[in-house]
Structures are given as structure tokens and as C-alpha cells.
Design a protein around this ligand. Structure first.
Ligand SMILES: [Zn+2]
Length: 371
């Protein structure tokens, strides 16, 4: 019999897809209840954890629940059954069920909430609507020539030098380095106390901020010098393939009525709230959940329509002259990501030859009802 899969293995796979470093700074993503060392039996997926979902997990022998929304969003002052989150957390702990959440990091991930929504609407040429700002770092390291490939390979394998659709990107400049080791030093090249002049290559590559620690660690362990010389420079460039919202084009332009009808049907929303009117819609932006703050990004990128949720009255009013703004419901614009999570986890379980099963909840976790 195969050893059970550890929660940490599933967490690692999910965080490669949706790195926690891409989450909104005040978000609370990752393991909410339980232990990374837990042996996973079965897995249950839901947009939110509720008491019904927790009981369903017990029924299905699922000791890992993966959700989109975190259970704990505000710091706790006590853990009691008097609060919704407390009651659920206590029950999960009692039943030895682990809870993991991928929230705004899953919103920003390629293939996450917003790409799934854009694909559901049949959009083509899908790209990120609002790429994450200030998340790219340039690292430059000075390496003696014969060790260059080894250092570059270590940095690449830790996630350095990947940019949009390209991997192993770097720039190399030949130069000359100088150093004089003090009497406390143990120089790899030359003798302490004597000035050394060594041919070196300046190796530069881009690193997303959430990979920086890993890339520096890999570089240091592959570098031959006692003290590797390197620069870390934050860039103003945006990480183009990671960020909130998505934008794309309809295969053919649609008229106002036909577009609303298509959106309602594909998103399976019982009601659409909207303002504005666009006679001919081709370019469409989306942001699952509360995405009102991306309206300007949608307009600047030429979208004729923007689909999101939790839109306020005055936001509808401000936007109506410029764009067709649609509120299709928070749950309705997000839950389509659950089968995408299922697909990835299932594939991972199969590749790992795990016998764990994965289920999507049968509970209705949408807190909003329509009358
Ligand atoms: Zn949400």
C-alpha cells in the first residue's frame, strides 16, 4: 500500500499555481485549520466552509476541505462556538479535518477565478486585466565563468528568469571582479591579503517577489565564493501574467440584449443588475467577486462591458455613461473555479498514484437568496 499523501504536498502543488505572495496584503490564505503533516484521506471542495460542508466532509471521510474564501478574515479574540467561524473551526478540529484556502492568490493566478470566468463566457485572447504592481525584482550576481551555468541553472530551477511565456531568461555580461580577502577570510580563488583580479560574468535575471528568497538561497548554495556579490533591484515593471481580473474578446460582436442573455445563461445567474448600454460589445472584462475597483482598468483596456459583483448604487451611476457594468452575483461569478481546482488536484493525485478521492460539495453555500 502507498503511503498516504501529506497535506503539505497538496499545499505545495496549489501554491505553485497560486503563490501566497500574490495574495492581497490583508488577505489570509493558506492553512486555516489543521496540520501540514496530516495524512490526507479524501478531499472536499467548496467556495466557503459552512457547518453543512463540514458535516458533509465527515460523511465523505474527507479530512481536507479546500475553499476559496478563508474562514478567518479578521483576527480572532477567542475561539468559541458563539461566532460562525469559531463554531466551524471547533467542529473541524474535533473531527480532525484540515482546512485550506486559496483566495486572492487564486483570483490572481493564471487559470484561476478570473480566467475560468472569461473562458466560461467564450472570450478569446484572454489576459490579466490588472497585472500585480511592483512584484518584479531584478537580481544580478557576479560569477566566475566556469561556475556560471551551475549558478544560472540553480536560480532558474528555483523560479528565476521566467517571464510571461519564456523560461530560463537571463542576461550575461563579461567583466572583471576584484577583491582582497582579509586574514579572517577563506577565499575560493587566490590568497588572503593579496588583491585578486578575476574574470567574472554578471548574470542578471528577473524574479517574482514571492520567489526571491528561494532564488537567493539557490544562488548562494551553487555559488563557489564564500561571499557571493549580488544586487537585488526592485522594478516598477508589472508581472504581466499574474494579477486581478481578466479581459478578452468575444469571437463576434454582440448586441446589448443578446449579450446580457448570454451572460445570464452561461454564469447561471438568477438575476443580473446592470447599468449603461453598449450597442455593440466585443471586448469584455471580468472580475469574479467584488471587483468594482477594476472598472477603470476595464475602460482603459477598451472593454465595452465589465462583469463583476457586489456593485454599489453610485458605482453603477458613475459608470453608466462609459461602460456596460454588470453585477452577476458574488457566488455566481466565483464558484465556476471549483471544478478547475478539482481538475488540478485530481491530476496531481493521479500522478502521485494516490487513492484519495476528491469531491465537490453538494451543499448550497451561497448566503444570498433571491425572491
Ligand atoms: Zn469572493
Amino acid at each position: 500500500m502507498l503511503p498516504a499523501m501529506k497535506l503539505s504536498e497538496i499545499q505545495h502543488m496549489l501554491e505553485e499555481w497560486a503563490p501566497p505572495g500574490t495574495a492581497w496584503k490583508d488577505d489570509n490564505v493558506g492553512l486555516q485549520v489543521g496540520s501540514q503533516n496530516a495524512d490526507i484521506v479524501n478531499i472536499l471542495l467548496a467556495l466557503d466552509v459552512t457547518m453543512d460542508v463540514a458535516r458533509e466532509a465527515v460523511q465523505k471521510k474527507a479530512n481536507l476541505i479546500i475553499t476559496h474564501h478563508p474562514l478567518f478574515f479578521h483576527p480572532l479574540r477567542s475561539l468559541t462556538s458563539h461566532s460562525r467561524a469559531g463554531e466551524i473551526a471547533l467542529y473541524l478540529a474535533e473531527q480532525k479535518i484540515n482546512l485550506f484556502a486559496a483566495h486572492t492568490n487564486l483570483d490572481s493566478a493564471p487559470g484561476g477565478v478570473n480566467f475560468v470566468l472569461a473562458e466560461l463566457l467564450g472570450l478569446k485572447n484572454i489576459s490579466v486585466l490588472s497585472p500585480l504592481p511592483e512584484n518584479l525584482i531584478k537580481i544580478a550576481v557576479f560569477v566566475p565563468k566556469e561556475h556560471l551555468d551551475r549558478v544560472a541553472a540553480a536560480m532558474h530551477s528555483a523560479g528565476g528568469g521566467t517571464f510571461t511565456k519564456y523560461e530560463e531568461c537571463s542576461f550575461r555580461t563579461e567583466g572583471v571582479g576584484t577583491f582582497r580577502g582579509t586574514h579572517e577570510a577563506n577565499p575560493f580563488i587566490g590568497t588572503k591579503g593579496i588583491l585578486e583580479i578575476v574574470p567574472e560574468t554578471k548574470l542578471e535575471m528577473l524574479v517574482p517577489s514571492w520567489k526571491l528568497t528561494d532564488v537567493v538561497k539557490a544562488m548562494r548554495s551553487a555559488h563557489p565564493y564564500e561571499e557571493a556579490a549580488f544586487d537585488i533591484v526592485p522594478l516598477k515593471n508589472r508581472a504581466m501574467n499574474v494579477g486581478l481580473g481578466a479581459i478578452g474578446d468575444l469571437p463576434a460582436a454582440m448586441m446589448h440584449e443578446a449579450f446580457l442573455s448570454m451572460v445570464k445563461k452561461k454564469i447561471e445567474s438568477p438575476v443580473l443588475r446592470y447599468s449603461g448600454k453598449a450597442h455593440r460589445i466585443q471586448r469584455v472584462a471580468v472580475c469574479g467577486g467584488a471587483g468594482s475597483e477594476l472598472i477603470n482598468d476595464a475602460m482603459q483596456n477598451g472593454a465595452g462591458a465589465f462583469i463583476t459583483a457586489d456593485v454599489k448604487y453610485h458605482t453603477f451611476q458613475d459608470a453608466e455613461r462609459d461602460i456596460l457594468l454588470i453585477d452577476a452575483g458574488h457566488f455566481e461569478t466565483e464558484h465556476h473555479v471549483i471544478p478547475a481546482i478539482e481538475h488540478r488536484v485530481k491530476k496531481f493525485l493521479q500522478e502521485s498514484k494516490s487513492s484519495s478521492k476528491i469531491y465537490i460539495t453538494k451543499c448550497n453555500t451561497n448566503p444570498v437568496s433571491y425572491y
